[in-house]
Design a protein around this ligand. Structure first.
Ligand SMILES: [Zn+2]
Ligand SMILES: [Zn+2]
Ligand SMILES: [Zn+2]
Ligand SMILES: [Zn+2]
Length: 314
């Protein structure tokens, strides 16, 4: 399918779903003949009606196809001016409405009306990563094990630690955000990896400037950051030395993350991921950098093998 066809198919789905949910029950006395046209025409957003309850109206409202089909907006013409689809409820959303927010990572808009706490891109520090409300969610997430290259021993050590310390996924997400904000490259390496692309069913707005500050975030993008940064967060957390003695006493495997036996009982958490190298300010943002050896943290507790040794295993 072409992009337009795909978008139209999505829009059809959307309006089908929307019409069954949102239309008043049909009046039996005079059935609406146009009721099925809502798959052909855009449905007005909550702000389109001039006398809506939200205190702000669309400068170019979308006509209701059920009452004014002549001026209705055909879905095949794309999005009506001043509107996008909400990344959560997927309803038509007025871009300029005061309740509308935009995620600075995926660039998707959120209506702020339909589902409290979900249809919103919040400031970075107050967002909750989607599907990760407690340690139980982490235990059930295959993505978490993927972050650790299937090193289940280490994942279990981490999960025990999180449980014992009462650390929530949201807390980890915030610490990763704070860490990234302290790096010269900020969130740029994650954006360059396209972590925030195509996570929603709706089409995004545009990124005004690749170097624009990233202030607001949606729940899905918060999850992406959590998963991206979890392993390195754990490397940093381990360095605080709060782990049980038997865990700390484990022998370091010299190959670290490059080792093919991640599940053996040696410690494989000694080297950060290569992508951290992209945070070095003088580094050019090339693809080669992603393969380059990582800069090793200076304050790590255990002695490190020479970089050349690490390189042999990359
Ligand atoms: Zn509107
Ligand atoms: Zn919404
Ligand atoms: Zn987002
Ligand atoms: Zn090993």
């Amino acid at each position: 399918m072409s992009r337009t066809e795909r978008e139209r198919a999505q829009a059809d789905e959307l309006y089908k779903g929307g019409s069954s949910m949102r239309l008043p029950s049909p009046r039996s006395a005079s059935p609406e003949p146009n009721i099925n046209q809502s798959t052909e025409y855009a449905r007005p957003c909550p702000h389109c009606s001039p006398d809506n309850a939200f205190g702000w109206s669309c400068p170019i409202p979308v006509s209701d196809p059920n009452t004014d089909v002549e001026h209705a907006w055909p879905v095949e013409d794309g999005l009506p001016p001043g509107h996008q689809h909400c990344g959560n409820c997927e309803n038509l959303t007025a871009v300029q409405a005061p309740s509308t927010t935009k995620c600075d990572f995926c660039q998707v808009y959120f209506c702020g009306i339909e589902v409290q706490g979900r249809c919103v891109a919040t400031p970075l520090s107050t967002q909750s990563p989607h599907g990760m409300s407690d340690v139980g969610d982490l235990i059930q997430s295959a993505d978490v094990y993927d972050c650790f290259d299937g090193n289940t021993v280490e994942v279990e050590i981490m999960l025990d630690y999180l449980t014992a310390q009462g650390i929530t996924p949201r807390h980890i997400y915030r610490e990763i955000v704070t860490h990234l904000q302290s790096q010269p490259g900020g969130f740029r390496p994650l954006i360059d990896l396209e972590l925030f692309v195509d996570n929603h069913n709706v089409s995004p707005g545009v990124d005004p400037d690749p170097n624009a500050p990233r202030n607001r975030i949606c729940r899905l993008c918060a999850s992406e950051i959590l998963l991206w940064g979890l392993r390195d967060w754990w490397v940093r957390e381990r360095q605080k030395g709060f782990l049980e003695e038997d865990v700390m006493a484990r022998k370091d495997c010299a190959e670290g993350q490059a080792c093919s036996r991640q599940k053996d009982l040696d410690n494989h958490m000694i080297a950060p991921r290569p992508t951290d190298a992209a945070n070095v300010s003088e580094a050019p943002p090339t693809n080669e950098m992603a393969e380059a050896p990582a800069q090793l943290p200076a304050n790590i507790l255990t002695p490190l093998p020479p970089i050349a040794d690490l390189l042999q295993h990359l």
